[in-house]
Design a protein around this ligand. Structure first.
Ligand SMILES: C[S@@+](CC[C@H](N)C(=O)[O-])C[C@H]1O[C@@H](n2cnc3c(N)ncnc32)[C@H](O)[C@@H]1O
Length: 278
């Protein structure tokens, strides 16, 4: 299988997340429990300087800005400019984040200035995560903390797993291998990655939340509003191929039928908090 071209990969993610910016923001209630748990794990306090990496429409950043007021500052950053525009459009008032379009692997920010760096559901999207982790360590002040969430192991994340199963069954295999977005959910993987990147005092906690969908169509729209790269790739699939993917996804969903005729999907994520050594 061909090697992944990191610039092409990033361009597809950026185009995809630009495409779904408004839908991603509208889907926030699905992930509210995870967002709150990450913010609690971050131990935010008034006056802190916070960077939110791969912020999307700045949902975490906006809530963080309220927790660090008065006197604090949150900078929301993302590679997708429509995400930043969506965030700007939806936030108002005095305790709101600042915004900057930036690649997490090359932030272009001064070092040693943040008390916290946050990254919700993002590390697995970076083609060179070691570069992003070096950037996180560089911009944190000594003793500052990196607080992030990732998907759990593949079989515990039907929220995206059913659609990924449908894509795998409905379409020919990809020509270029992509790393699994669930890879940090494998036992020990996230802790090892953070430790190898030079962080210490690594604390992990699971966060499980349930999503309910009335039918397979509602599930599919939620998936497309969450997975930018997949939404971008699927936008180029002819109708016949898409119909096969949708049918295979509906089959995969059957395992999650509830008593009311819809689907209830319990999804596992991990939250980590890791310290930048002094
Ligand atoms: C699943 S969303 C997560 C958004 C937000 N952090 C949250 O918790 O809801 C992933 C975000 O990562 C952004 N992203 C992907 N690759 C990136 C990169 N290399 N640098 C910065 N942002 C990136 C996407 O544009 C998207 O907004």
């Amino acid at each position: 299988m061909a090697q992944m071209d990191t610039q092409r990969y990033k361009a597809q993610e950026r185009a995809g997340f630009n495409r779904i910016a408004a839908d991603y923001a509208d889907g926030a209630p699905l992930r509210a429990q995870l967002a709150n748990a990450l913010l609690d794990a971050a131990g935010l306090a008034p006056g802190q300087q916070v960077l939110d990496l791969a912020s999307g429409p700045a949902l975490l950043a906006t809530a963080a800005a309220q927790r660090v007021a008065p006197g604090g500052l949150v900078l929301a950053t993302d590679i997708a400019e429509s995400m930043m525009a969506e965030g700007r459009r939806r936030t108002a008032g005095s305790a709101r984040p600042a915004f900057a379009v930036a690649d997490a692997e090359q932030l272009g920010l001064a070092g040693g200035r943040f008390d916290r760096v946050l990254a919700g559901l993002a590390l697995f999207l970076f083609p060179q995560p070691d570069k992003a982790l070096d950037e996180v360590r560089r911009v944190l002040r000594p003793g500052g903390r990196f607080v992030l969430s990732v998907w759990g192991a593949r079989d515990r994340v039907p929220l995206i797993g059913c659609a990924l199963d449908g894509i795998a069954r409905g379409l020919p295999p990809p020509k270029v291998a992509r790393p699994s977005v669930c890879r940090y959910g494998e036992p020990g993987a996230l802790e090892a990655t953070l430790s190898q990147a030079g962080f210490d005092d690594i604390r992990l906690q699971p966060c499980e939340f349930a999503c309910r969908f009335d039918d397979a169509d509602a599930y599919w729209q939620a998936f497309l509003g969450l997975a930018g790269g997949a939404a971008e790739a699927l936008s180029r699939v002819p109708a016949e191929g898409l119909a096969k993917v949708r049918a295979a996804t509906a089959d995969a969903l059957e395992a999650y039928r509830d008593a009311d005729g819809g689907y209830r999907l319990s999804t596992l994520t991990l939250i980590a908090s890791a310290r930048c050594p002094a």
